[in-house]
Write a protein that binds this ligand. Structure first.
Ligand SMILES: Nc1ncnc2c1ncn2[C@@H]1O[C@H](COP(=O)(O)OP(=O)(O)OP(=O)(O)O)[C@@H](O)[C@H]1O
Length: 887
């Protein structure tokens, strides 16, 4: 802190352009002009003791305003002198010496300063010397005269500040005491505001206690940015009272400006949280609206959601849970993450049919039976079982009936039977497809913590159907599989168990939902893949494939009327005779159900629709034309004579239309049309004969997920070491059957007398390759056993198997033929292929009751107990082994 100093009478003067150094303030100046460099060099740099210089404010000449204190030029010792006086400016004008420099307007008061730090630098490459000086203001002085000493100015001055004694006296003055207090109070206020902003303010507070108030006034004013004029006025305030009151005024002004700035900042911050404010206001508005019962059109959708929740009929504890979630939602903003997921969740809760049910009418068994008969041809046993099921429900509506599971090949009417049940019960019907479901979450939903979580298919289905007591068809229940994502079948156990499904817990929903009112019906193509515990909860009803005759009936009674209707036709336009339907069944479809048949019939209906549309078009073009009648048309004709324009009177046209439609020819599908629309037949009865044209090929009957089928087995021998090669996408069971077959044939090698023309030793130097054609389709199961042996024997003996014969049956190493499943479908498949002889295991005899007698009538069914029986019947002229009797 600057102590009181005694100033010399002359001081080197550093002009301070448009700025003021006040006592107590510290400034840093970079001196680059030759004048100031010289001054610093001579007055500060080269001096041993602490040098003092005067810092004198200088007003820019073009600032224009004549200062009340200016300095005029005059001759003094050592060069031109500048005399300071209030009216010297006028003198200077008088003298007319007005160079740019001379018009410098010196202030007549300055502050003596001491250098507290000096550093010298040399600029490269000019070599110019510069100084950086840190100066501390010490005390005010007034200028009497300025001389130019060489390159810089020197002034004759007198010190202005009070002496110590004067100060002590002044401090007793009550006015000064009051002013000091006032100043300090304002200063403290400023400091406390600054303290909140910067930590440095703490140091300023110390000044208040240690520095005399007259110095404090200067220091405070110097510490903030104020205008040059105000700085000058502070510099000019030599009188202590004046200085204190001016300083108080300036500090107060600074304080106010800080406060205003703060207010503005707060306002800006307020705008930043505007969205929060808006949210609160909206809440209040909503409350007010609710209070007023004011529900206008653009009513808030959260309120709508709440109402929906209230009316959804949720159990009280679940409603509580939903309301808690809703409260959370209300506190969120729509842009906030989690808002939309919470919203969707609540929507689901509100949409679920907690109480809503389809009104169940008294079950009318007679009309239910009629309806089933009307929708489905045949299926007598199945329909009977459904009627029994309905009868039990009629007597005991809340009875936990079994879950019916329709098992059968595609297109045999499983789905449509289930929908007929729904119709008979007057309930809504919903189909949940489970084909390919491998993730347990598909049944039970994902927990809401996962991104993109969803409810399971059951809950989603219930939301869609909108009632809690629909008939729900779990379609293709055999196609679910388990992997790392869990076992959907295990989740289905809970769904189908009447004990557990009262409180079914979907992970997404996270509250129990009562599924006990749902009537579940399942469908499957095959029983085997259904896990036993699941199968145990269901009553399996098998739907075998249809015979060609049944298909014909289904086509004429159900499919043809339906496709005709679906294509906007009627029987006046399209007729498909039975013979053609039979051709479609035999030549274009080879399936257990009727789906492809329906598709082909639909193709015929489309062709008829096109034909009808074309005829319709032709009629319009060839219609008789009447001459123009209206004046308007006359004018038009006159305007453009080359345009032929005629008007058809309305009555005449309608009449003609009717005539025309009536005259449309009916499309009676014949063989030619059939081939034109569907192409040449895809299947015929000659296939088996063509394929069994070489030794080593035999025909088997198999059962697949699409029903019964005919499977050819081809065996051939190549040079090798006696290995067995198998191809055609075979499963383990069928591979093992092939191994058994080869072993069985080789075990009887000694007795095997090959046909006279065969020299090949099949036992030692030949590899056997067995292929199952249709290599893209996976095959498995034991029932190909007898077919495999037959094809090997055919190969070894080089005798052809009868082309009209197909066989099925598992066999043991001892040569016993074991019974197999799906006999009806297998016999039907043989029938489709035009196969007339079928060899079956003897113990399958009882299964033939399922096969329509019409089919059996056209076929020869042979039974085998041992493998030798099969061989005996499969080859023309009996078993090719000479010593058959010995086997
Ligand atoms: N006995 C029948 N009487 C009348 N129409 C039938 C009969 N069987 C099947 N259909 C018809 O065949 C079409 C296919 O039936 P549906 O879809 O019910 O087969 P599905 O057995 O469920 O097949 P998938 O296993 O592929 O689901 C339907 O249009 C159905 O009406």
């Amino acid at each position: 802190m600057a102590e009181s100093v005694e100033l010399p009478s002359r001081l080197a003067i550093l002009p301070f352009r448009n700025k003021v150094l006040l006592p107590g303030a510290v400034i840093r100046i970079r001196c680059t002009s030759s004048r100031s460099v010289k001054l610093v060099e001579q007055e500060l740099w080269q001096r041993e003791e602490k040098g003092l210089i005067g810092v004198l404010p200088v007003r820019d000449s073009d600032a224009g305003v004549a200062s009340r204190t200016s300095i005029s030029q005059g001759n003094g010792s050592g060069g031109r002198s500048v005399k300071a006086s209030a009216d010297v400016l006028g003198d200077s004008h008088k003298q007319g010496v007005k160079t740019q420099q001379e018009r410098i307007q010196w202030h007549n008061r300055g502050v003596a300063a001491r250098a507290i730090h000096l550093s010298r630098g040399v600029e490269k490459p000019s070599g110019r010397v510069t100084y950086i000086v840190i100066l501390e203001g010490l005390c005010r002085f007034s200028v009497h005269e300025i001389n130019e000493k060489g390159t810089y100015y020197v002034a004759r001055i007198s010190q202005l500040d009070m002496t110590k004694a004067e100060l002590e006296l002044a401090e007793q003055d009550p006015d000064i005491i009051l002013l000091s207090r006032q100043f300090k109070a304002t200063a403290i206020e400023l400091i406390s505001i600054l303290e909140q902003k910067q930590k440095t303010a703490g140091r300023t507070k110390v000044l208040l206690d240690t520095v005399p108030v007259h110095r404090l006034a200067d220091i405070f004013v110097a510490s903030f940015e104020i205008g040059f004029e105000e700085q000058l006025s502070m510099l000019d305030s030599v009188d202590l009272k004046l200085r204190l009151s001016r300083a108080t005024e300036l500090v107060d002004r600074h304080l106010q400006s800080i406060r205003v700035a703060e207010k503005i900042t707060q306002k800006v911050e307020g705008q930043l949280s505007k969205s929060q404010k808006e949210f609160l206001l909206r809440q209040q508005m909503r409350a007010i609206k609710e209070e007023l019962g004011d529900d206008d059109d653009d009513e808030d959708d959260i309120a709508a959601l709440e109402r929906k929740m209230q009316s959804a009929g949720m159990p009280p504890n679940i409603l509580k849970h939903a309301q808690r979630e809703l409260r959370r939602l209300r506190k969120m903003q729509p842009q906030q993450p989690g808002y939309s997921s919470s919203r969707i969740y609540l929507d689901l809760l509100a949409d679920l049919p907690w109480q809503k049910v389809s009104e169940e009418q008294e079950i009318d068994l007679k009309s239910a039976k009629e309806r089933l008969d009307c929708d489905h041809y045949g299926l007598v046993k199945v329909k009977q079982r459904i009627i029994e099921y309905l009868a039990v429900r009629k007597l005991k509506p809340d009875a936990r009936g079994p879950v019916l599971c329709f098992v059968g090949p595609p297109g045999v009417g499983k789905t449509s039977l289930a929908s007929s049940i729904a119709a008979a019960l007057n309930r809504k019907f919903i189909r949940i497809s489970l084909g390919g479901v491998k993730d347990e979450a598909d049944i039970r939903g994902h927990r809401r913590t996962y991104i993109g979580s969803m409810p399971g298919r059951l809950i989603e289905g219930l939301k869609r159907v909108g009632v809690s007591n629909p008939v729900m068809l779990l379609d293709e229940i055999d196609k679910t599989g388990s992997d790392v994502r869990g076992d959907p079948a295990a989740a289905l156990l809970e769904v189908l168990d009447p004990e557990q499904n009262r409180t079914f817990n979907d992970h997404y929903l996270n509250v129990p939902f009562d599924l006990s009112k749902v009537i579940f019906v399942a469908t499957a193509n095959r029983i085997q893949p259904i896990p036993p515990p699941l199968l145990d909860r269901m009553e399996v009803i098998e739907l075998p494939g249809y015979t060609p005759e049944e298909k014909l009936r289904i086509a004429t009674k159900h499919l043809i009327p339906r496709v005709i209707d679906q294509h906007g036709l009627n029987s006046n336009f399209l007729q498909i005779p039975d013979a053609i339907v039979k051709l479609v069944i035999h030549g274009y479809t080879r399936e257990a159900g009727v789906r492809n048949l329906e598709r082909n019939l639909a193709a015929l209906a489309r062709a008829a629709a096109v034909k009808m549309a074309e005829q319709d078009c032709t009629i319009q073009v060839s219609r008789n034309i009447h001459p123009a009648e209206t004046s308007l048309i006359d004018t038009r004709l006159a305007d453009s004579a080359e345009v032929e324009m005629e008007v058809i009177s309305l009555d005449a046209s309608r009449h003609e239309m009717n005539d025309a439609v009536a005259s449309l020819s009916v499309l009676v599908v014949d063989e030619a049309t059939l081939e034109k629309v569907l192409g040449p037949p895809k299947f015929d009865d000659r296939e088996a004969a063509e394929r069994v044209s070489t030794p080593g090929v035999s025909v088997g009957l198999v059962w697949t997920s699409v029903g019964g089928d005919v499977q050819f087995v081809e065996a051939t021998a190549i040079a090798g070491k006696g290995d067995l090669h198998l191809t055609g996408q075979l499963g383990d069971v069928i591979k093992e059957s092939a191994q058994i077959a080869l072993t069985w044939v080789r075990a009887r090698a000694a007795d095997l007398k090959l046909s006279a023309n065969s020299e090949i030793n099949f036992l030692e130097n030949r590899d056997i390759h067995i292929h199952f054609p249709a290599g893209a389709i996976p095959k498995d199961g034991p029932s190909a056993g007898v077919t495999l042996v037959t094809s090997l024997v055919s190969l070894f003996s080089q005798r052809k198997v009868r082309a009209d014969t197909a066989m099925t049956g598992e066999m043991t190493l001892r040569g016993l033929v074991l019974p197999v499943g799906g006999i009806k479908d297998k016999v039907l498949a043989a029938h489709h292929y035009g196969i007339k002889r079928v060899i079956l295991p003897e113990r399958n005899l009882k299964d033939l009751v399922e096969v329509p007698s019409a089919i059996l009538a056209g076929m020869q069914i042979l039974f085998a107990k041992r493998m030798e029986d099969v061989l005996e019947q499969a080859f023309e002229g009996g078993c090719p082994w000479r010593q058959y009797a010995k086997l």
